[in-house]
Structure formats: structure tokens, C-alpha cells
Write a protein that binds this ligand. Structure first.
Ligand SMILES: *Cc1c(COP(=O)(O)O)cnc(C)c1O
Length: 385
């Protein structure tokens, strides 16, 4: 007779990749009060909560304007339309990113053109961009994993070609670059002509649902986004153009306002955790730590390493109660959704190498020291060091 066995119950990871519940508990009284305030006031769409958050977020980014929208995807889409991107236009971006970056280009009925990424950082490669700017309607670099792309190279190239720059800053709230001649570093969201942020719950600044924002120093661009997000309205019953229903709601704005005040401190904790990973994982196996280029300060959305044994290492971590992620396993130029663009495997070698080797490790303000040690021990154990 077969031996009776206890059923195997899958255990929840003791170290999750992101922990939105822990982020809530850390600020619970403030968040509960903000939510109650909105519910009592009964103003759920627009109103003072949204306006206050927009002002605070613009100030945080160092941009003149911020316009709250319903998601990061809406932010990208409406920013492209505000820039004047038209059906049939070409918009240059990367394939090593979340699908929304290229989807937004398709939503504007334009055509994404993918250029390769930099082997060292995974961000848009300025050398690859040089050949793609001719005739483009816009360029969308992505500050992937929170690391600003090489804007010092990209901005002058785009400027010379007369192509506007839309930053996809969905993963990089608070990341900054030092620009020659500036006294202080400049935050992402204030670097290009216009920028798109996501406040998806797991992002560095996360709402309790979908939310996003567009930032810009250009009042006209900001006004156009504000109109497009709200049915093209110029008055209550006057519609200047066909727009969308893509507003930021007041509950999300109130939650975001509370969390924004803690973002800088949270990013500083992430940076210390990154330093600890750097020390503990230096020289372990074939592991390549994330690049930290001079003059660019990351927001550490994820701590992303590269290894030729990515899938085996991820399995080992899973067994050790550690959740690691892959961002992203299939680059956009090889996704069925973008097959019509005509790309093939081998077209973007650095992008494809990143997709094959990248592994995202947990890094967030609520990650405890013991949890990080558990991640480090599991990785060192895998490589036998
Ligand atoms: C999260 C994300 C988006 C989309 O944001 P949503 O708020 O989920 O619509 C766009 N681009 C990048 C790089 C992202 O990580």
C-alpha cells in the first residue's frame, strides 16, 4: 500500500519580488486618513486632490507641469498625441521594455521603430539611435529598472535632428542625471520635452490601482494632455477635439500624495540595498552586477543582474523562498503582437542577450536585512561560493 503523504502545499515566497502590502502597512494611518477624506468630500473625479498631487509631483520632478492620467500607458499615448505624432509616423524606441511603450505608439497609429540597447546598461544605445532619427516623429527612451538612459548623448542628437524626446519614466520616479554646467542633478521627467510616469502599484511610487502622469516644462503640451485625458473638453459641454476618458481619480491622487512625501527616503533605502548587493555579489560566478554609470543616479526599481545560468538560478531561488523576476524574457520585436513590424531574431543582438540573461532581484524600502541576506545566501549557494 502506498505510504500516506501530506499534500504538498506551495509555500508563499518568504522574499517576494515586490511587497505592496508592506508598503501600505508602513504608512497605514496616513493612507487611511487620506482615503477617508476623499470619500467624505465625495469628489471622486478631478478636484483639489488631483490638483494638489499634480503640483507636488511637478515640483518633485523639477518640471513646470504635471498632468495626472489613468495609467502609464495613457500617459505615453497622450504625450505622443500632444507632440503631434500622426497616423503613419515613425517613433523610435527600444524592444527591451514593457509592452506599453510600443503599444502607446500603436495607439497613436504610428509605427514603432526599435533600436538596440547598450550592452552594459540595457538602456537605449545612442550609437544605434544615430541611424534611426532621420524622419522620425519622436523618440521614446526608457529609463529601465530606474536607471536613467544616456540622456547626455541622446538629447543633443535628437535636438540636432529636430525630433522631440518623450521619456518613458514609468520605472524611474526620482532617478536623476548630472548635466554639465548644472549645479544640481536633474530628475527624470524634466530632461526631455515631455515624460510619462506609471503609478502601477508595484512601481517606486505606486497607487492603489492604475494611475499615471505626464510631466513637461511646456505649458502647451501639458494643456493638450489635460484636454485629451478628459474627452477633448474645453468647457463642461464644449469638446474641442475627440479625446479619451483617461483621468487620474481623486482617491489615487490622495494615496499618491501621501506616498510621494516618502519617495525620496524610500529611494535612498533602495540605494543602500543596491550597495549591499554590489558588495556581497562581487565576483560571484559569472554574475554581472547592474552598471552604475557616472553622473546617473538610479531609482532602483529592480536590482538586475546578468548570468548565463539565469533560469537555473531563478529556480534555485524559488526553492529557497525567494522570488526573482525576468524583465523581460521576450523582447517586443519578437512578440506576436508586433510581428507586423517585420523584425526577426538576430536583428537586435544586445536586446536579445539581455532578454536571455537578465534576472531582477527584490529591492524595496520594506525589504528587511534578513530577507536580503536570504537572497544573497541563496545566490552564493547556487554558485558554490
Ligand atoms: C509599468 C510600465 C508602463 C505602463 O504603465 P501602466 O501604468 O501599467 O500602464 C510603461 N512603460 C514601462 C517601462 C513600464 O514599466
Amino acid at each position: 500500500m502506498a505510504e500516506a503523504r501530506a499534500p504538498r502545499v506551495p509555500q508563499a515566497p518568504r522574499v517576494p519580488l515586490v511587497d505592496v502590502a508592506a508598503a501600505y502597512h508602513a504608512l497605514r494611518p496616513e493612507l487611511d486618513a487620506a482615503i477617508a477624506r476623499v470619500v467624505r468630500a465625495g469628489a471622486f473625479i478631478g478636484g483639489p486632490e488631483v490638483a494638489a498631487f499634480e503640483r507636488a509631483f511637478a515640483t518633485f520632478c523639477g518640471a513646470r507641469r504635471a498632468v495626472g492620467v489613468a495609467s502609464g500607458t495613457a500617459a505615453l499615448h497622450l504625450a505622443l498625441l500632444a507632440l503631434g505624432v500622426e497616423p503613419g509616423d515613425e517613433v523610435v524606441t527600444v524592444a527591451h521594455t514593457f509592452a506599453a511603450t510600443a503599444e502607446a505608439i500603436e495607439h497613436a497609429r504610428a509605427r514603432p521603430r526599435f533600436v538596440d540597447v547598450d550592452e552594459a546598461t540595457g538602456g537605449m544605445d545612442p550609437k544605434a539611435l544615430a541611424d534611426a532619427l532621420d524622419g522620425a516623429a519622436a523618440v521614446v527612451p526608457v529609463h529601465l529598472y530606474g536607471l536613467p538612459v544616456d540622456m547626455a548623448a541622446i538629447l543633443p542628437m535628437a535636438g540636432e535632428a529636430g525630433v522631440p524626446v518623450l521619456e518613458d519614466a514609468a520605472q524611474a520616479h526620482g532617478a536623476a542625471v548630472s548635466v554639465a554646467g548644472d549645479e544640481r542633478p536633474r530628475r527624470v521627467g524634466s530632461l526631455g520635452h515631455i515624460a510619462a510616469f506609471s503609478f502601477f502599484p508595484g512601481k517606486n511610487l505606486g497607487a492603489f490601482g492604475d494611475a499615471g502622469a505626464v510631466t513637461s516644462d511646456d505649458d502647451e503640451l501639458a494643456e493638450r494632455v489635460a484636454r485629451l485625458r478628459d474627452h477633448g473638453r474645453s468647457g463642461k459641454y464644449e469638446h474641442l477635439e475627440v479625446g479619451w476618458g483617461e483621468r487620474l481619480d481623486a482617491l489615487q491622487a490622495a494615496v499618491l500624495g501621501v506616498k510621494l512625501a516618502h519617495l525620496e527616503a524610500g529611494n535612498a533605502v533602495r540605494e543602500r540595498l543596491a550597495d549591499r548587493y554590489d558588495q556581497a555579489l562581487a565576483g560571484v560566478g559569472d554574475l554581472a552586477p547592474p552598471a552604475r554609470p557616472a553622473g546617473r543616479r538610479g531609482a532602483w526599481y529592480f536590482y538586475v543582474v546578468r548570468t548565463g545560468q539565469r533560469d537555473a538560478l531563478r529556480e534555485r531561488l524559488r526553492g529557497a523562498g525567494v522570488e526573482a523576476g525576468v524583465h523581460f524574457p521576450v523582447p517586443l520585436h519578437l512578440q506576436p503582437a508586433f510581428r507586423h513590424l517585420g523584425y526577426a531574431r538576430g536583428d537586435l543582438p544586445a536586446t536579445e542577450a539581455w532578454a536571455a540573461e537578465c534576472l531582477s532581484l527584490p529591492i524595496y524600502p520594506e525589504l528587511e536585512e534578513a530577507q536580503q541576506e536570504q537572497v544573497i545566501r541563496a545566490i552564493r549557494g547556487f554558485f558554490g561560493t
